[in-house]
Design a protein around this ligand. Structure first.
Ligand SMILES: C[S@@+](CC[C@H](N)C(=O)[O-])C[C@H]1O[C@@H](n2cnc3c(N)ncnc32)[C@H](O)[C@@H]1O
Length: 174
């Protein structure tokens, strides 16, 4: 699977370890994973490895079994501020949702506002997206009002995955 999907390999072998070097996954931290599938069930333990508390959300009720047990919400990421308190998460990880449900630029802009509302100041935001599905979020300046594009330790703020259309961008909440 890792060889067939290089974006997964980068997520697990580069992005998660780099996040692990920040406060994002520390033992008092809360992390939100957005978009659940059978294969994402492996991720929650990795996120919680250092004691962080992982939550998950998906708009599709059928994805509930693949959420973080006990910490999953069926809901719309565009309405995150109605589902969680303000500044609740140290990190929000949103991979493959823009372009796979959150498709229109206006919805993506709303999405960044909702993400900002529940991310702590200085907290981390990961956006994984595909060049063949959406326009570049940086060029549309979707995040600018509330986040700065910022590198993780040892990883550039934009990581373009070779061999596929996937891009990872990391941001810090202003
Ligand atoms: C392509 S899958 C990506 C899943 C996973 N995050 C990953 O890394 O592969 C997209 C998921 O996002 C969910 N989704 C789409 N729009 C959403 C929204 N507005 N709020 C929450 N989840 C949404 C879909 O139901 C689907 O399970």
């Amino acid at each position: 699977m890792m060889r067939r999907f290089p974006d997964r390999a980068i997520l697990l072998e580069t992005i998660f370890p780099a996040l692990g070097q920040t406060r994002a996954m520390a033992n008092t931290s809360r992390v939100l994973w957005i978009g659940c599938r059978p294969y994402t069930t492996l991720y929650y333990d990795l996120i919680e490895q250092k004691g962080a508390e992982c939550w998950s959300i998906d708009i599709d009720p059928e994805m509930q079994p693949f959420g973080r047990p006990g910490h999953h919400i069926t809901g719309d990421m565009l309405k995150l501020e109605q589902l969680f308190p303000a500044n609740y998460f140290d990190a929000v990880l949103c991979n493959g949702v823009l372009g796979y449900g959150v498709d229109r630029p206006a919805d993506q802009l709303r999405g960044f506002e909702a993400l900002a509302a529940v991310t702590k100041p200085d907290g981390w935001l990961l956006i994984g997206w595909n060049t063949d599905r959406i326009s570049d979020p940086l060029k549309l300046a979707l995040a600018n009002r509330r986040f700065e594009h910022a590198p993780l330790p040892g990883v550039t703020a934009r990581y373009v995955v070779e061999g596929c259309t996937h891009v990872y961008d990391t941001y810090r909440r202003l």
